[in-house]
Design a protein around this ligand. Sequence first.
Ligand SMILES: NC(=O)c1ccc[n+]([C@@H]2O[C@H](COP(=O)([O-])OP(=O)(O)OC[C@H]3O[C@@H](n4cnc5c(N)ncnc54)[C@H](OP(=O)(O)O)[C@@H]3O)[C@@H](O)[C@H]2O)c1
Length: 280
Amino acid sequence: MSYLYEHNSIGHMAQSTAVFSPQLFAGHTVFVSGGGSGIGKAIARAFLATGARVWIASRKEERLKEAWQELAAYGECHYAVLDIRDTEAIDHVVQQIRDKGHNIDILINNAGGQFPSPAEDISANGWHAVINNNLNGTWFMTKAFASNFFMQQHQGIVISIIANIYRGFPGMAHTGAARAGVENLTKSLSVEWAPYNIRLNALAPGIIRTEALDQYPSDFLKDIETKIPLKRMGTPEEVAHWCLFMACPATAYTTGETVYIDGGMRLWGGIWEVPDKEQG
Ligand SMILES: NC(=O)c1ccc[n+]([C@@H]2O[C@H](COP(=O)([O-])OP(=O)(O)OC[C@H]3O[C@@H](n4cnc5c(N)ncnc54)[C@H](OP(=O)(O)O)[C@@H]3O)[C@@H](O)[C@H]2O)c1
C-alpha cells in the first residue's frame, strides 16, 4: 500500500497523486513548528502517514490540541505549547521530548507569520515582531535542535518554510528580509554543519490556500490566480510532499538549497501593483 493523496478539492486540473512508501519515515521523529494549522498540519499529517512519530508545537493550546486529536488518527503524535521566540521555552520543550525518551531526527521550521503593509508604514514594533518571529525564532529553534539532538546523533535534517522572496517581497518587506535571512542562514549552516551530517534546506511556497489568507484585506489577493502561471493557488499538501521528498534518502546529497513551490509565480506576476510616480 502506498501513501496516496488526491487533491479532490481543487478539481481534476490540479489532481496529483504523491506516492511515498507508508514506512518511509518509520523509526524517525519529526518536529513541526506551527503544526496545528494550515501548511504545518498538512506536513505533520504527511509524515504521520509515512510512518513517522510527530511532535507539533505552537502558542495557542486549544487549536493545537484540536489538531493533535485529528492527527492522532494517522499515527503517534505529541504536542507542546511553544513560542519559538522564547529560548527558555524551547529548552523546556527539548526537555519534554527527552522526558518521553524521544530524539528528533527532522525539524520543520514552519511557524511564522506577517502582515501586509507598505514599507514606509511599518512601525519599529511591527518590524521587530516580524523579524523576531520569522528570523530569530527560526534560528533559536535550529540552534537548539542541532545542539541537543542532531550534533549528538551525528545526523539531522532541517527544512525551513520561507516565502516567495525571489524578487524581493514588495508589500511585506519585513518578512522578505526575515525569510532572506533564513535562506542565507540555511546556506551558511549547510556548510558549517556538514561535518555533523546535518542537511538544511528551505522551501519557498508561493500562495498556498490556508485559513491564514483570510487575515489579509480582501483586495490584497484579488485576482491572484491570474498572476500565477499555473492559474491556481497551491495546496498545503503540495508543500508537505516536498518536505517528505527533502527529508527522504532520495535527496541525501542536497543541502543549502531552496525550492520554490509557487506555480511559477516567482518568474511572472506579483501581488504588489507599482503606483504611478508621485508628482513633486
Ligand atoms: N499560506 C501561504 O500562502 C504562505 C506562503 C508563504 C509562506 N507561508 C508561511 O508558511 C508558514 C505556514 O503558513 P500557513 O499558511 O499554514 O499559516 P498559519 O496557519 O497561520 O500557520 C502559522 C503557524 O505558526 C504558528 N506560529 C506563529 N508564530 C509562532 C510562534 N512565535 N511560536 C510558535 N508558533 C508560532 C501558528 O500557531 P499559533 O498562533 O498557535 O502560535 C500557526 O500554527 C508560515 O510561516 C507562513 O508565513 C505561507
